[in-house]
Write a protein that binds this ligand. Structure first.
Ligand code: UGA
Length: 435
Protein backbone atom coordinates (compact mmCIF):
# COMPACT_ATOMS: atom_id res chain seq x y z
CA UNK A 1 0.00 0.00 0.00
CA UNK A 2 1.27 3.49 -0.86
CA UNK A 3 1.12 5.99 1.98
CA UNK A 4 0.18 9.62 1.92
CA UNK A 5 3.19 11.39 3.35
CA UNK A 6 3.49 15.05 4.29
CA UNK A 7 6.96 16.52 4.63
CA UNK A 8 7.29 19.71 6.69
CA UNK A 9 10.34 21.69 5.59
CA UNK A 10 11.82 21.87 2.10
CA UNK A 11 15.50 22.41 2.93
CA UNK A 12 18.19 19.96 1.78
CA UNK A 13 16.91 17.17 4.01
CA UNK A 14 13.16 17.71 3.57
CA UNK A 15 13.23 18.15 -0.17
CA UNK A 16 15.55 15.21 -0.87
CA UNK A 17 13.51 12.96 1.47
CA UNK A 18 10.26 14.10 -0.10
CA UNK A 19 11.49 13.39 -3.61
CA UNK A 20 13.08 10.09 -2.55
CA UNK A 21 9.99 8.85 -0.71
CA UNK A 22 7.89 9.73 -3.77
CA UNK A 23 10.29 7.72 -5.91
CA UNK A 24 9.67 4.74 -3.60
CA UNK A 25 6.03 4.91 -4.75
CA UNK A 26 4.55 6.96 -1.91
CA UNK A 27 2.35 9.95 -2.50
CA UNK A 28 4.16 12.96 -1.01
CA UNK A 29 3.08 16.51 -0.23
CA UNK A 30 5.87 18.91 0.72
CA UNK A 31 5.10 22.07 2.61
CA UNK A 32 7.04 24.91 4.20
CA UNK A 33 6.33 28.10 6.13
CA UNK A 34 8.39 29.86 3.41
CA UNK A 35 5.61 30.32 0.85
CA UNK A 36 8.03 31.73 -1.71
CA UNK A 37 9.95 28.46 -1.71
CA UNK A 38 6.75 26.48 -2.25
CA UNK A 39 5.70 28.85 -5.05
CA UNK A 40 9.00 28.14 -6.84
CA UNK A 41 8.67 24.39 -6.33
CA UNK A 42 5.11 24.46 -7.65
CA UNK A 43 6.58 26.00 -10.80
CA UNK A 44 9.13 23.17 -10.88
CA UNK A 45 12.00 25.45 -9.89
CA UNK A 46 14.30 23.80 -7.32
CA UNK A 47 15.63 26.48 -4.97
CA UNK A 48 18.77 24.56 -3.92
CA UNK A 49 21.67 23.00 -5.82
CA UNK A 50 21.86 19.29 -5.17
CA UNK A 51 23.38 17.06 -7.87
CA UNK A 52 20.93 14.54 -9.35
CA UNK A 53 17.87 15.94 -7.59
CA UNK A 54 16.31 17.47 -10.67
CA UNK A 55 15.93 14.17 -12.53
CA UNK A 56 14.09 12.49 -9.64
CA UNK A 57 12.09 15.66 -9.00
CA UNK A 58 10.82 15.85 -12.61
CA UNK A 59 10.02 12.17 -12.83
CA UNK A 60 7.95 12.14 -9.66
CA UNK A 61 6.24 15.40 -10.57
CA UNK A 62 5.30 13.98 -13.97
CA UNK A 63 4.04 10.76 -12.44
CA UNK A 64 1.90 12.75 -10.00
CA UNK A 65 3.38 11.45 -6.74
CA UNK A 66 4.98 14.72 -5.63
CA UNK A 67 3.09 17.92 -4.86
CA UNK A 68 3.71 21.18 -3.03
CA UNK A 69 1.26 22.90 -0.73
CA UNK A 70 1.73 26.42 0.68
CA UNK A 71 -0.95 25.88 3.36
CA UNK A 72 0.88 23.91 6.08
CA UNK A 73 -2.34 23.07 7.96
CA UNK A 74 -3.97 21.65 4.82
CA UNK A 75 -0.85 19.60 3.99
CA UNK A 76 -0.92 18.11 7.50
CA UNK A 77 -4.61 17.24 7.26
CA UNK A 78 -3.99 15.39 3.98
CA UNK A 79 -1.12 13.17 5.14
CA UNK A 80 -1.32 10.16 7.42
CA UNK A 81 2.44 10.13 7.97
CA UNK A 82 4.03 13.47 8.79
CA UNK A 83 7.80 13.89 8.42
CA UNK A 84 9.24 16.87 10.31
CA UNK A 85 12.33 18.11 8.49
CA UNK A 86 12.41 21.73 9.58
CA UNK A 87 15.60 23.55 10.54
CA UNK A 88 16.94 23.26 14.09
CA UNK A 89 19.68 25.93 14.01
CA UNK A 90 22.20 26.47 16.79
CA UNK A 91 21.81 29.23 19.37
CA UNK A 92 24.83 31.31 20.42
CA UNK A 93 25.45 29.07 23.47
CA UNK A 94 25.53 25.92 21.31
CA UNK A 95 22.10 24.68 22.32
CA UNK A 96 19.54 23.83 19.65
CA UNK A 97 16.87 26.35 18.69
CA UNK A 98 13.65 24.32 18.52
CA UNK A 99 11.35 27.24 17.66
CA UNK A 100 10.45 26.00 14.14
CA UNK A 101 10.33 22.42 15.30
CA UNK A 102 7.96 23.09 18.19
CA UNK A 103 5.79 25.24 15.96
CA UNK A 104 5.55 22.28 13.55
CA UNK A 105 4.55 19.92 16.39
CA UNK A 106 1.86 22.33 17.60
CA UNK A 107 0.46 22.66 14.08
CA UNK A 108 0.36 18.87 13.74
CA UNK A 109 -1.50 18.61 17.07
CA UNK A 110 -3.96 21.32 16.04
CA UNK A 111 -4.68 20.04 12.54
CA UNK A 112 -4.89 16.29 13.13
CA UNK A 113 -8.32 14.72 13.23
CA UNK A 114 -7.40 11.07 12.72
CA UNK A 115 -4.41 8.95 13.68
CA UNK A 116 -1.01 10.14 12.46
CA UNK A 117 2.52 8.83 12.49
CA UNK A 118 4.91 11.68 13.23
CA UNK A 119 8.43 11.01 11.97
CA UNK A 120 11.22 13.24 13.27
CA UNK A 121 13.90 13.82 10.63
CA UNK A 122 15.20 17.12 12.01
CA UNK A 123 18.24 16.71 14.25
CA UNK A 124 16.93 17.28 17.75
CA UNK A 125 18.39 16.93 21.25
CA UNK A 126 18.11 13.60 23.06
CA UNK A 127 14.76 13.45 24.79
CA UNK A 128 12.85 15.42 22.14
CA UNK A 129 10.90 12.51 20.64
CA UNK A 130 9.61 11.55 24.08
CA UNK A 131 8.51 15.11 24.81
CA UNK A 132 6.91 15.40 21.35
CA UNK A 133 4.86 12.30 22.15
CA UNK A 134 3.67 13.87 25.41
CA UNK A 135 3.03 17.24 23.80
CA UNK A 136 0.91 15.78 20.97
CA UNK A 137 -1.19 13.76 23.40
CA UNK A 138 -1.74 16.69 25.75
CA UNK A 139 -2.60 19.13 22.95
CA UNK A 140 -4.94 16.79 21.12
CA UNK A 141 -6.54 13.89 22.94
CA UNK A 142 -8.99 12.95 20.17
CA UNK A 143 -6.46 11.92 17.50
CA UNK A 144 -3.91 9.16 18.11
CA UNK A 145 -0.21 9.75 17.42
CA UNK A 146 2.78 7.43 17.02
CA UNK A 147 6.15 9.16 17.14
CA UNK A 148 9.25 7.87 15.31
CA UNK A 149 12.80 9.21 15.47
CA UNK A 150 14.31 8.62 12.03
CA UNK A 151 17.56 10.61 11.87
CA UNK A 152 19.08 11.47 8.52
CA UNK A 153 22.62 10.76 7.34
CA UNK A 154 22.50 12.53 3.95
CA UNK A 155 25.56 14.51 2.92
CA UNK A 156 24.95 17.74 1.06
CA UNK A 157 26.18 17.40 -2.49
CA UNK A 158 25.64 13.61 -2.35
CA UNK A 159 22.23 13.68 -0.73
CA UNK A 160 20.37 11.98 -3.57
CA UNK A 161 22.90 9.13 -3.78
CA UNK A 162 22.86 8.80 0.01
CA UNK A 163 19.08 8.66 0.13
CA UNK A 164 18.98 5.69 -2.23
CA UNK A 165 22.14 3.98 -0.87
CA UNK A 166 22.20 4.58 2.88
CA UNK A 167 24.62 2.63 5.10
CA UNK A 168 21.75 2.20 7.55
CA UNK A 169 18.24 3.35 8.40
CA UNK A 170 17.68 4.18 12.06
CA UNK A 171 14.13 3.85 13.35
CA UNK A 172 13.53 4.82 16.94
CA UNK A 173 10.03 3.99 18.12
CA UNK A 174 8.33 2.16 20.92
CA UNK A 175 5.47 0.89 18.76
CA UNK A 176 5.52 -2.20 16.57
CA UNK A 177 2.82 -0.81 14.23
CA UNK A 178 4.94 2.28 13.52
CA UNK A 179 7.99 0.06 12.95
CA UNK A 180 6.00 -1.92 10.38
CA UNK A 181 4.88 1.21 8.55
CA UNK A 182 8.45 2.56 8.42
CA UNK A 183 9.54 -0.75 6.88
CA UNK A 184 6.84 -0.32 4.25
CA UNK A 185 7.67 3.32 3.46
CA UNK A 186 11.32 2.37 2.94
CA UNK A 187 10.42 -0.95 1.32
CA UNK A 188 12.87 -0.71 -1.64
CA UNK A 189 15.75 -0.20 0.81
CA UNK A 190 14.52 -3.01 3.03
CA UNK A 191 14.39 -5.35 0.04
CA UNK A 192 17.91 -4.34 -1.01
CA UNK A 193 19.21 -5.52 2.35
CA UNK A 194 19.99 -2.07 3.82
CA UNK A 195 20.49 -2.62 7.56
CA UNK A 196 17.63 -1.23 9.68
CA UNK A 197 18.35 -0.37 13.28
CA UNK A 198 15.20 -0.51 15.37
CA UNK A 199 15.69 1.06 18.76
CA UNK A 200 14.23 3.43 21.34
CA UNK A 201 13.85 7.20 20.99
CA UNK A 202 16.94 8.24 22.96
CA UNK A 203 19.19 5.72 21.22
CA UNK A 204 18.09 6.89 17.77
CA UNK A 205 18.59 10.53 18.70
CA UNK A 206 22.03 9.89 20.15
CA UNK A 207 23.15 7.83 17.12
CA UNK A 208 22.80 10.96 15.00
CA UNK A 209 24.94 13.15 17.28
CA UNK A 210 27.51 10.41 17.85
CA UNK A 211 27.77 9.76 14.10
CA UNK A 212 28.41 13.39 13.14
CA UNK A 213 30.65 14.09 16.12
CA UNK A 214 32.78 11.03 15.41
CA UNK A 215 33.28 12.13 11.80
CA UNK A 216 34.07 15.69 12.92
CA UNK A 217 36.62 14.22 15.33
CA UNK A 218 38.16 12.16 12.50
CA UNK A 219 38.55 15.27 10.33
CA UNK A 220 40.03 17.23 13.23
CA UNK A 221 42.41 14.39 13.99
CA UNK A 222 43.82 14.33 10.47
CA UNK A 223 44.02 18.15 10.45
CA UNK A 224 46.19 18.06 13.55
CA UNK A 225 48.29 15.23 12.14
CA UNK A 226 48.70 17.31 8.95
CA UNK A 227 49.89 20.28 11.02
CA UNK A 228 52.37 17.97 12.71
CA UNK A 229 53.48 16.68 9.28
CA UNK A 230 54.26 20.29 8.33
CA UNK A 231 56.34 20.71 11.46
CA UNK A 232 58.34 17.47 11.19
CA UNK A 233 58.56 17.22 7.39
CA UNK A 234 56.26 14.20 6.98
CA UNK A 235 53.60 13.74 4.29
CA UNK A 236 49.97 13.60 5.42
CA UNK A 237 48.64 12.04 2.21
CA UNK A 238 50.83 8.99 2.86
CA UNK A 239 50.03 8.95 6.58
CA UNK A 240 46.27 9.11 5.84
CA UNK A 241 46.54 6.39 3.19
CA UNK A 242 48.34 4.10 5.59
CA UNK A 243 45.87 4.84 8.39
CA UNK A 244 42.97 4.12 6.05
CA UNK A 245 44.37 0.68 5.23
CA UNK A 246 43.73 -0.36 8.81
CA UNK A 247 40.23 -1.77 8.58
CA UNK A 248 39.53 -0.57 12.10
CA UNK A 249 40.09 3.04 11.01
CA UNK A 250 38.87 3.13 7.39
CA UNK A 251 39.98 5.56 4.67
CA UNK A 252 37.08 8.05 4.67
CA UNK A 253 37.08 11.49 6.33
CA UNK A 254 40.84 11.62 6.50
CA UNK A 255 41.33 14.56 4.10
CA UNK A 256 42.95 17.50 5.86
CA UNK A 257 41.76 21.00 5.13
CA UNK A 258 40.80 24.37 6.57
CA UNK A 259 38.47 22.79 9.15
CA UNK A 260 35.01 21.27 8.95
CA UNK A 261 31.98 23.47 8.33
CA UNK A 262 28.41 23.22 7.07
CA UNK A 263 25.07 23.22 8.77
CA UNK A 264 25.67 19.97 10.65
CA UNK A 265 29.11 19.20 12.15
CA UNK A 266 29.60 22.59 13.88
CA UNK A 267 26.03 22.55 15.21
CA UNK A 268 25.92 18.90 16.24
CA UNK A 269 29.29 18.86 18.02
CA UNK A 270 28.22 21.90 20.06
CA UNK A 271 24.86 20.28 20.80
CA UNK A 272 26.55 17.07 21.99
CA UNK A 273 28.64 19.11 24.44
CA UNK A 274 25.43 20.79 25.64
CA UNK A 275 23.66 17.45 26.08
CA UNK A 276 26.64 16.16 28.09
CA UNK A 277 26.53 19.29 30.26
CA UNK A 278 22.80 18.84 30.84
CA UNK A 279 23.27 15.28 32.08
CA UNK A 280 26.57 15.96 33.89
CA UNK A 281 28.63 13.77 31.53
CA UNK A 282 32.15 14.75 30.40
CA UNK A 283 32.27 15.56 26.68
CA UNK A 284 35.74 17.14 26.79
CA UNK A 285 36.91 15.24 23.70
CA UNK A 286 34.30 16.90 21.50
CA UNK A 287 34.91 20.26 23.19
CA UNK A 288 38.54 19.99 22.09
CA UNK A 289 37.43 19.07 18.57
CA UNK A 290 35.42 22.29 18.38
CA UNK A 291 38.27 24.48 19.54
CA UNK A 292 40.89 22.72 17.36
CA UNK A 293 38.59 23.24 14.39
CA UNK A 294 38.46 26.99 15.06
CA UNK A 295 42.23 27.04 15.32
CA UNK A 296 42.63 25.29 11.96
CA UNK A 297 41.35 28.42 10.20
CA UNK A 298 43.95 30.55 11.97
CA UNK A 299 46.61 28.06 10.88
CA UNK A 300 45.69 28.81 7.26
CA UNK A 301 46.22 32.54 7.94
CA UNK A 302 49.60 31.86 9.57
CA UNK A 303 50.67 29.79 6.58
CA UNK A 304 49.75 32.69 4.31
CA UNK A 305 51.70 35.09 6.49
CA UNK A 306 54.76 32.87 6.23
CA UNK A 307 54.47 32.86 2.45
CA UNK A 308 53.62 36.55 1.96
CA UNK A 309 55.04 38.37 4.96
CA UNK A 310 52.87 41.25 6.13
CA UNK A 311 49.36 40.63 4.78
CA UNK A 312 48.07 44.21 4.92
CA UNK A 313 47.33 45.59 1.48
CA UNK A 314 47.97 42.30 -0.32
CA UNK A 315 45.54 41.07 -2.97
CA UNK A 316 44.60 37.41 -2.61
CA UNK A 317 42.52 35.29 -4.96
CA UNK A 318 40.28 32.90 -3.02
CA UNK A 319 39.00 29.88 -4.94
CA UNK A 320 36.08 28.25 -3.14
CA UNK A 321 33.44 29.70 -0.82
CA UNK A 322 31.16 26.70 -0.21
CA UNK A 323 31.82 24.66 2.95
CA UNK A 324 32.71 21.73 0.68
CA UNK A 325 32.49 20.85 -3.01
CA UNK A 326 29.25 20.08 -4.88
CA UNK A 327 27.09 22.42 -2.85
CA UNK A 328 26.06 26.06 -2.96
CA UNK A 329 25.84 26.09 0.84
CA UNK A 330 28.08 28.53 2.72
CA UNK A 331 26.68 27.97 6.21
CA UNK A 332 29.60 27.84 8.69
CA UNK A 333 31.94 27.61 5.73
CA UNK A 334 35.59 27.72 6.82
CA UNK A 335 36.19 29.75 3.64
CA UNK A 336 34.01 32.58 4.90
CA UNK A 337 35.66 32.53 8.33
CA UNK A 338 39.09 32.71 6.69
CA UNK A 339 37.88 35.56 4.47
CA UNK A 340 36.71 37.44 7.56
CA UNK A 341 40.10 36.95 9.22
CA UNK A 342 41.83 38.21 6.06
CA UNK A 343 39.54 41.23 5.82
CA UNK A 344 40.46 42.07 9.41
CA UNK A 345 44.09 42.16 8.22
CA UNK A 346 43.08 44.61 5.47
CA UNK A 347 43.67 42.16 2.63
CA UNK A 348 41.90 42.74 -0.72
CA UNK A 349 40.08 39.64 -1.88
CA UNK A 350 39.09 38.39 -5.33
CA UNK A 351 36.72 35.46 -4.85
CA UNK A 352 35.29 32.71 -7.02
CA UNK A 353 33.08 29.68 -6.51
CA UNK A 354 31.27 27.61 -9.17
CA UNK A 355 27.97 27.49 -7.23
CA UNK A 356 28.10 29.39 -3.95
CA UNK A 357 28.70 33.00 -5.07
CA UNK A 358 25.10 34.08 -4.69
CA UNK A 359 24.84 32.72 -1.15
CA UNK A 360 28.25 34.13 -0.20
CA UNK A 361 27.29 37.55 -1.55
CA UNK A 362 24.33 37.64 0.86
CA UNK A 363 26.80 37.38 3.74
CA UNK A 364 29.95 39.11 2.50
CA UNK A 365 28.20 41.87 0.55
CA UNK A 366 30.58 44.39 -0.97
CA UNK A 367 33.60 43.50 1.20
CA UNK A 368 35.19 41.35 -1.53
CA UNK A 369 35.37 41.35 -5.36
CA UNK A 370 33.38 38.59 -7.06
CA UNK A 371 34.48 36.94 -10.33
CA UNK A 372 32.54 34.54 -12.54
CA UNK A 373 35.77 33.40 -14.18
CA UNK A 374 38.45 31.97 -11.89
CA UNK A 375 41.34 33.09 -14.10
CA UNK A 376 40.04 36.65 -14.14
CA UNK A 377 39.84 36.42 -10.34
CA UNK A 378 43.58 35.61 -10.28
CA UNK A 379 44.59 38.61 -12.39
CA UNK A 380 47.12 40.80 -10.55
CA UNK A 381 46.84 38.88 -7.24
CA UNK A 382 49.77 38.30 -4.89
CA UNK A 383 48.73 34.74 -4.07
CA UNK A 384 46.17 32.05 -4.77
CA UNK A 385 44.31 30.45 -1.86
CA UNK A 386 42.20 27.32 -2.49
CA UNK A 387 39.52 26.75 0.17
CA UNK A 388 36.99 24.34 -1.42
CA UNK A 389 37.84 21.10 -3.23
CA UNK A 390 35.87 21.70 -6.46
CA UNK A 391 36.96 19.55 -9.41
CA UNK A 392 37.38 22.74 -11.46
CA UNK A 393 40.22 23.67 -9.11
CA UNK A 394 41.79 20.21 -9.26
CA UNK A 395 41.98 20.69 -13.02
CA UNK A 396 43.45 24.18 -12.79
CA UNK A 397 45.43 25.26 -15.84
CA UNK A 398 48.70 26.08 -14.07
CA UNK A 399 50.27 27.86 -17.07
CA UNK A 400 47.26 30.15 -17.32
CA UNK A 401 47.32 30.75 -13.56
CA UNK A 402 51.03 31.62 -13.81
CA UNK A 403 50.25 34.26 -16.45
CA UNK A 404 47.40 35.83 -14.48
CA UNK A 405 48.89 35.94 -10.97
CA UNK A 406 51.34 38.64 -9.97
CA UNK A 407 52.83 36.62 -7.11
CA UNK A 408 53.50 32.97 -7.98
CA UNK A 409 52.35 31.62 -4.62
CA UNK A 410 49.69 28.94 -4.08
CA UNK A 411 48.32 27.97 -0.68
CA UNK A 412 46.23 24.89 -1.38
CA UNK A 413 44.26 24.42 1.85
CA UNK A 414 42.40 21.41 0.38
CA UNK A 415 45.39 19.57 -1.11
CA UNK A 416 43.76 19.39 -4.53
CA UNK A 417 46.73 20.24 -6.73
CA UNK A 418 49.73 18.09 -7.55
CA UNK A 419 52.60 19.75 -5.64
CA UNK A 420 55.20 18.52 -8.17
CA UNK A 421 53.29 19.95 -11.15
CA UNK A 422 52.70 23.24 -9.31
CA UNK A 423 56.40 23.58 -8.57
CA UNK A 424 57.32 22.62 -12.15
CA UNK A 425 54.97 25.36 -13.36
CA UNK A 426 57.05 27.88 -11.36
CA UNK A 427 54.95 28.26 -8.22
CA UNK A 428 55.89 28.36 -4.59
CA UNK A 429 53.40 25.70 -3.49
CA UNK A 430 52.17 24.96 0.01
CA UNK A 431 49.49 22.46 0.95
CA UNK A 432 48.34 21.22 4.37
CA UNK A 433 50.80 18.67 5.75
CA UNK A 434 52.29 17.84 2.35
CA UNK A 435 55.89 17.30 1.47
C1 UGA B 1 27.23 15.59 7.43
C2 UGA B 1 27.29 14.06 7.53
O1 UGA B 1 28.38 13.57 6.76
C3 UGA B 1 25.97 13.45 7.04
O2 UGA B 1 26.02 12.04 7.24
C4 UGA B 1 24.81 14.04 7.86
O3 UGA B 1 23.56 13.55 7.41
C5 UGA B 1 24.82 15.55 7.69
O4 UGA B 1 26.09 16.07 8.15
C6 UGA B 1 23.69 16.09 8.53
O5 UGA B 1 23.76 15.97 9.75
O6 UGA B 1 22.67 16.52 7.96
P1 UGA B 1 27.51 17.36 5.43
O7 UGA B 1 27.42 18.43 6.47
O8 UGA B 1 26.71 17.49 4.19
O9 UGA B 1 27.12 15.93 6.04
O10 UGA B 1 29.04 17.31 5.00
P2 UGA B 1 30.25 16.29 5.09
O11 UGA B 1 30.51 15.72 3.76
O12 UGA B 1 30.12 15.37 6.21
O13 UGA B 1 31.44 17.33 5.42
C7 UGA B 1 31.41 18.11 6.61
C8 UGA B 1 32.63 19.00 6.67
O14 UGA B 1 33.81 18.23 6.90
C9 UGA B 1 32.90 19.78 5.39
O15 UGA B 1 33.31 21.09 5.70
C10 UGA B 1 34.02 19.02 4.73
O16 UGA B 1 34.82 19.80 3.88
C11 UGA B 1 34.80 18.54 5.94
N1 UGA B 1 35.60 17.34 5.67
C12 UGA B 1 35.01 16.15 5.43
C13 UGA B 1 36.99 17.44 5.68
O17 UGA B 1 37.57 18.53 5.89
N2 UGA B 1 37.72 16.32 5.45
C14 UGA B 1 37.15 15.11 5.21
O18 UGA B 1 37.89 14.12 5.03
C15 UGA B 1 35.76 15.03 5.18
Amino acid sequence: MAYKITVLGTGYVGLVCGVGLADFGNSVICTDIDEQKIALLQKDIIPIYEPGLEEYFRRNRQEGRLSFEPDVAKAIREGNIIFIAVGTPPRDDGSVDLTYFEEAVKTIARESETSKIVVIKSTVPVGTARSVEKMLKSLNSSASFSVVSNPEFLREGKAVYDFFHPDKVVVGTEEESAREIMRKIYRPLYLLGTPFIFCGFETAELIKYANNSFLAMKVTFINQIANLCDAVGADVDTVARALGMDGRIGPKFLHPGPGFGGSCFPKDTKALVQIGRKYGVDMSLIREVISANENQKRIVIEKLRKLLGNLTGKIICVLGLAFKAETDDVRESPALDIIRLLLAEKVYLHVHDPKAMENARKILGGTVFYFEDMYEAMRGCDALLILTEWNAYRNLNLERAYQELRGRIILDARNVLDPVLAKEAGFVYEGIGRR
